[in-house]
Design a protein around this ligand. Structure first.
Ligand code: NAD
Length: 365
């Protein structure tokens, strides 16, 4: 019999090709915001300025010193700018790092965010913030950082290079897969996750082969929205805890790290999460979801192992030690330092995690 609790998250979503160019002013009118701080990376700044042009002098400042994983000093500089120009809203145009910077501003100022994502990170629909200080990433949940409005425009993702699209889309896939066993999972987040996997699996190969295909871009962005929504409610499980440590402590690139680690964690957990494995397989339309994810990653040109991203073998131990303290008790399969070391080592080397399965106990019972 069903038993669950579920807190639905608020937020307005506007989805469609061309909406970023057409709807921005109307969305700020809805918020009654007149002093907008625009946040974008240096690379995306020209595009962001072009999109924000219809807002005219309602854009009172631009913050472009965005960095991955939001270093605390960057967050403080962005907050200081927001305060000095008396901003009453933040417009974030960019990937997860840009959204993360906007969230850092909202966390201390309470300013509303209008997020226009240009990758498939999904951060724009979560109340999760992240900050990095002295090589340690801290995350937290606060409703103030949840964007009030998200404008999803697949046209903006056409410029995302094929390799980044693949990694970012697989990052979204990881949100969906992990949503089946993360601590806050419930039937609604699982529905979103299953449909997200289906949309992402449909869009990823097409975008890889034809990055200019707008309908495949739309599939991916829709999948990314569902992935972020599922993750927002279900929360972080083993996979996200591992990637969080690898990004924060070793500065590995976020999306590629997720893409590499995902099949390993699924292979590790699947024997003790048969319902999740069945639903993931169903959404991917295959018998073995681990094999399918591995094949998909290879086809999309994702590097085989974390060593290809610059992780050194001797850092595997340190990563396992940091992950050990944060694995949720709800993880379907028991973990300890040794199993985590083997799991992360397999992801480092790009070898088969079934070797880890054979070498350790497989049940929490
Ligand atoms: P990112 O924002 O760092 O962007 C990666 C690169 O892509 C950057 O160089 C950026 O300039 C470029 N880029 C972005 N959009 C582009 C486009 N349309 N065309 C061309 N280039 C483009 O990477 P990301 O993977 O989107 O986000 C990663 C960050 O997001 C991490 O810090 C991660 O922790 C965070 N994140 C947070 C949550 C959350 O819920 N808080 C969820 C997912 C990710």
């Amino acid at each position: 019999m069903l038993q669950f609790d579920y807190t639905a998250l608020p937020g307005r979503v506007v989805f469609g090709a061309g909406v970023a160019r057409r709807e921005l002013v109307a969305e700020f009118d809805l918020l009654d915001a007149h002093r907008v701080l625009l946040v974008a990376t240096e690379r995306e700044e020209p595009l962001a300025r072009e999109l924000a042009a219809p807002l005219g002098d309602r854009v009172v400042a631009v913050f472009s010193s965005v960095r991955q994983h939001v270093p605390l000093a960057i967050a403080e500089a962005a907050r200081a700018l927001a305060t000095s120009v008396s901003a009453d809203a933040v417009l974030s145009i960019g990937g997860g790092s840009t959204t993360g910077t906007a969230k850092a501003i909202a966390l201390t100022t309470g300013l509303p965010i209008v997020a226009v994502p240009t990758t498939y990170a999904g951060s724009e629909v979560t109340p999760v913030w992240g900050l990095t200080e002295r090589a340690r990433k801290t995350t937290g949940v606060d409703p103030r950082v949840l964007p009030r409005t998200v404008i999803y425009d697949p046209e903006l993702t056409l410029s995302l290079p094929a390799d980044l699209s693949a990694a970012s889309g697989l990052n979204a896939m990881a949100h969906c897969v992990e949503a089946f066993w993360a601590p806050g999972r419930n039937p609604i987040s699982s529905l979103a996750a299953e449909e997200g996997i289906r949309a992402l699996a449909a869009g990823l190969p097409v975008v890889h082969d034809t990055p200019t295909c707008l309908s495949a871009r739309s599939d991916l962005l829709y999948g990314a929205y569902l992935a972020g929504s599922a993750f927002a409610v279900a929360g972080s499980g083993l996979h996200h805890k591992i990637c969080h440590v690898l990004g924060g402590a070793f500065d590995l690139p976020h999306a590629q790290t997720h893409a590499i680690v995902l099949p390993h964690v699924l292979a590790f957990n699947a024997p003790d999460a048969p319902d999740a494995a069945r639903r993931i397989a169903h959404a991917l339309r295959v018998a073995d979801p681990v094999v399918r994810l591995r094949e998909m990653s290879a086809h999309l040109g994702i590097p085989a192992g974390l060593r290809d991203l610059g992780l050194r073998e001797e850092q595997v131990d340190e990563a396992a030690a940091q992950v050990e303290t944060s694995v949720p008790p709800s993880n379907p399969r028991k973990t300890d330092r040794a199993t985590l070391r083997e799991l992360i080592r397999a992801a480092w080397a790009g070898t088969d995690t079934t070797a880890v399965l054979a070498a350790t106990t497989t049940s929490k019972e």
